[in-house]
Design a protein around this ligand. Structure first.
Ligand code: CA
Length: 244
């Protein structure tokens, strides 16, 4: 993102009303995050533990919460669960390891995004801006929202029709449901387990590679133009390939 350093700042996104709560116990990292967000023009609040984070959420109702997983006292997962009961803030969870993201997404604690440390300030800001741009959507489409257009991909949930460019694509029921799930939250990373739950309607914990098989078939059908429409997120799962 271009940052304008002149006397009058014209931000790319109107950040005037956006407040961000940083929940992080490590002082150096907390300061770093705060500095990055303040520089971007966000009204920034800081909490060092879960208890005070929840108090701040109640009092200030922030737009975005940047939430570290490893906190003293109540951990980030529990904070996220409790936040979800009182706020519709966007939540980005920070983890120390890739496999923690996997576990977190599987727990479906209601975070909107996940980042593994270390990451750059620019990366965090980009994620926040991407979140703020997308409307909060649910997996269940309303009748007004049955047409999804993502790049050259069109999914009509009512007609159950999929097109890439001008070409209509014939999908199996499972392939269609997978694509419907992924396009329902274009910025979210789905674990195989989440897709099993949503598409196969099962909580079965076992060999989830059945998901990979159907994703591979789906890709073979929709990636006609040489463009990849579904991204593999290593160690986590899949997301739609959306350009920001
Ligand atoms: Ca920590």
């Amino acid at each position: 993102m271009a940052v304008y350093h002149g006397p009058v700042t014209i931000p790319a996104v109107d950040v005037g009303a956006v407040s961000v709560l940083v929940v992080e116990d490590a002082p150096e990292f907390q300061k770093l995050l705060e500095a990055v967000l303040v520089r971007e023009g966000y009204e920034t609040l800081v909490a060092a533990d879960g208890e005070s984070a929840l108090e701040m959420v109640e009092r200030h109702d922030p737009t975005v919460i940047v939430l570290d997983l490893g906190l003293p006292g109540i951990d980030g997962i529990e904070v996220c669960r409790r936040v979800r009961m009182i706020s519709s803030a966007y939540v980005v969870m920070l983890t120390a390891r890739d496999d923690e993201v996997d576990r977190l997404v599987g727990l479906a604690v209601g975070a909107d995004d996940y980042m593994t440390k270390p990451f750059s300030g620019r990366e965090l800001v980009a994620r926040i801006q991407a979140m703020l741009r997308r409307p909060r959507t649910t997996a269940v489409a309303s009748t007004d929202d049955h047409q999804r257009v993502i790049g050259d991909l069109r999914v009509d949930l009512l007609a159950r029709e999929v097109r890439v460019g001008d070409q209509e694509i014939a999908l199996t029921k499972l392939e269609f449901e997978l694509l419907a799930a992924l396009t329902g939250r274009p910025d979210m990373v789905f674990t195989r387990q989440m897709l099993l739950e949503q598409v196969w309607d099962t909580n079965w914990v076992g060999d989830d590679h059945v998901v990979d098989v159907h994703i591979a078939n789906l890709r073979r059908k929709i990636d006609l133009d040489g463009r990849s429409h579904i991204k593999t997120v290593r160690g986590v799962g899949y997301r739609l390939a959306v350009e920001h």
